[in-house]
Design a binder for this molecule. Structure first.
Ligand SMILES: Nc1ncnc2c1ncn2[C@@H]1O[C@H](COP(=O)(O)OP(=O)(O)O)[C@@H](O)[C@H]1O
Ligand SMILES: [Mg+2]
Length: 494
């Protein structure tokens, strides 16, 4: 390079300097900061050659140091830097994985493009089928890819697009690792729209498992959640209830253990803990259901829509509190109400979540069971019980709740807490649920800006503690049945 002192030469040097300075600035703000020093020296050298521009060079040299000082001593700068660093690492991870996968495929004479996206439980590999190649060739390469990339399993996904094969590589075992971090429904950005689908779990391939609260063409849903004590039945139940409240549904809760859903109490339109309180609540919901059906019939409409009013969510935390109740008359009333709801609630826009740790035919009689659409089976002990939760599961080879392995760890928690088989929403799926401790529920709902339900003072006091002398509202355990038995009126079909 020859030295030039013409105005054009000065302009050229200035342009080169400007480009280099811009490049330097960009590099200072990326995680490639080590290379900044090289660029800085270059700039300095150029500046020395262009007379009197040494100040620029010195500034360029000092700028990385200034940025380093800024990001180590100013919190917003360090947070921004950490986010960029994470993004950069994820990019590098994906790049390295896709290069490794491409090398394995090239070794097998497949010249295929591979894009890798990472998920909490592993990666999704999107392999573009090469010209002249076939899907089968890519699938045959899966064992070699699994070995080279160190996945526990690598299986074809069922959502292939034309010309590509998607493979799910699992790096963490679903059965041994509880999910960490807040459940998606507890996150700030959760879209609380009525009729939303709620991300409650991850499946074996690390993909989201979503459950609906309401379906436009069907109405409400009827869930059965069953599993041994401590198997994590509250996981999906709590997430669906949080979602329902956030999306403006009216929530009615039966909490016989008085602890399982206590965090929801201020947001529940009705909350009952005693067997007769629960039965009365179920009967009141039957009345509500008939009123809704009457309104639909008047408009020649077959199914509730969200324009007709909010969804009502009924959660019965332990079904045996009603169906195995010692008081025969109460039990009969409860069973009748449950039968009625299981058969007809759907089209009235009522969603049911019935939970039990004793999934036997006594606790959930078949007339009720046969109407439940979605079954969530956590760990149970025997094949017979699996069959009650998911009919046929003990023998159909698609996976059954009694197959879920688990043991107690030192803290007394079941290692498989939150693992469940989902049946009734597409193919049977093994999944691990996110967990929301009950104590966090009030903060989540308050944080989401949901106001507690304002109940009449009289009703609120009846909700507080069962008292044998209370005169209004829900009856409680210590009080004998105070209403004449309600006659069941035939309701229009569901
Ligand atoms: N999805 C989950 N992930 C991790 N741990 C869980 C999960 N669900 C439950 N647990 C743990 O297991 C314990 C029992 O869960 P819980 O849902 O109350 O059981 P159940 O209602 O089936 O008796 C909880 O206190 C929690 O520590
Ligand atoms: Mg429970």
């Amino acid at each position: 390079m020859t030295e030039t002192n013409t105005p054009a030469g000065d302009a050229g040097t200035a342009a080169v300097l400007a480009v280099l300075a811009w490049r330097l600035l960009r590099l200072v703000f990326t995680p490639f900061h080590r290379r900044v020093w090289v660029y800085a020296c270059l700039v300095l050298g150029m500046a020395e050659r262009a007379h009197g521009a040494g100040v620029l060079g010195a500034t360029a040299l000092a700028s990385p140091l200034a940025w380093w000082l800024l990001r180590t001593s100013w919190a917003p700068a360090s947070a921004w830097y950490a986010a960029r660093e994470t993004e950069h690492r994820a990019g590098r991870y994906s790049r390295e994985r896709s290069q490794a996968a491409r090398a394995v495929l090239a070794h097998l004479n497949l010249d295929a493009e591979v894009v890798v996206a990472s998920f909490p439980f592993g990666d999704e590999l999107t392999v573009r089928i090469p010209h002249g190649g076939t899907r089968a060739q890519v699938l045959n390469a899966a064992p070699a890819l699994r070995e080279a990339l160190g996945y526990l399993t690598l299986n074809a996904a069922d959502d292939d697009a034309p010309g590509v094969v998607k493979l799910n590589g699992v790096t963490r075992d679903l059965l041994s690792d509880p999910l960490e971090g807040p459940a998606p429904v507890a996150a700030d950005g959760w879209e609380a729209a009525a009729g939303s689908w709620v991300t409650v779990a991850l499946d074996r391939n690390g993909k989201d498992v979503e459950l609906p609260l309401f379906l436009p063409a069907a109405g409400g849903l009827r869930y059965l959640i069953a599993g041994a004590s401590g198997s994590g039945k509250s996981s999906c139940q709590t997430q669906l209830t949080v979602a329902a409240i956030r999306s403006g549904a009216r929530v009615w809760l039966a909490d016989p253990k008085q602890t399982e859903m206590a965090g929801f109490r201020p947001w529940a339109e009705r909350y009952a803990t005693t067997p007769d309180g629960i039965v009365e609540m179920l009967e009141a919901l039957c009345v509500e259901m008939r009123a809704r059906q009457g309104a639909l019939a008047g408009q020649f409409q077959s199914c509730w829509t969200l324009a007709d009013g909010p969804v009502v969510l009924l959660v019965v935390d332990e079904l045996s509190a009603v169906t195995m109740c010692g008081d025969k008359k109460l039990k009969e009333r409860g069973l009748r109400a449950l039968e009625d709801l299981a058969a007809r609630s759907r089209s009235a826009g009522i969603t049911l979540i019935l939970t039990t740790q004793q999934p036997t035919t006594d606790v959930i009689p078949s007339v009720i069971r046969s109407n439940l659409d979605i079954r969530i089976g956590h760990r149970v002990m025997t094949a017979t019980v699996s069959d009650v939760i998911i009919p046929g599961s003990a023998r159909d080879g698609l996976g059954a709740p009694h197959d879920i392995p688990g043991s107690y760890d030192r803290s007394g928690r079941l290692t498989c807490a939150g693992v469940f088989y989902l049946d009734g929403m597409g193919p049977r799926t093994l999944a691990r649920a996110w967990y929301i401790p009950q104590a966090e529920v009030p903060d989540i709902l308050t944080g989401a800006g949901v106001l507690p339900v304002v109940r009449p003072a009289q009703e609120a006091s009846r909700d507080r503690a069962p008292s044998p002398t209370s005169s209004a509202g829900e009856p409680d355990a210590a009080r004998p049945e105070r209403r004449p038995r309600r006659r069941r009126t035939p309701a229009p079909g569901a």
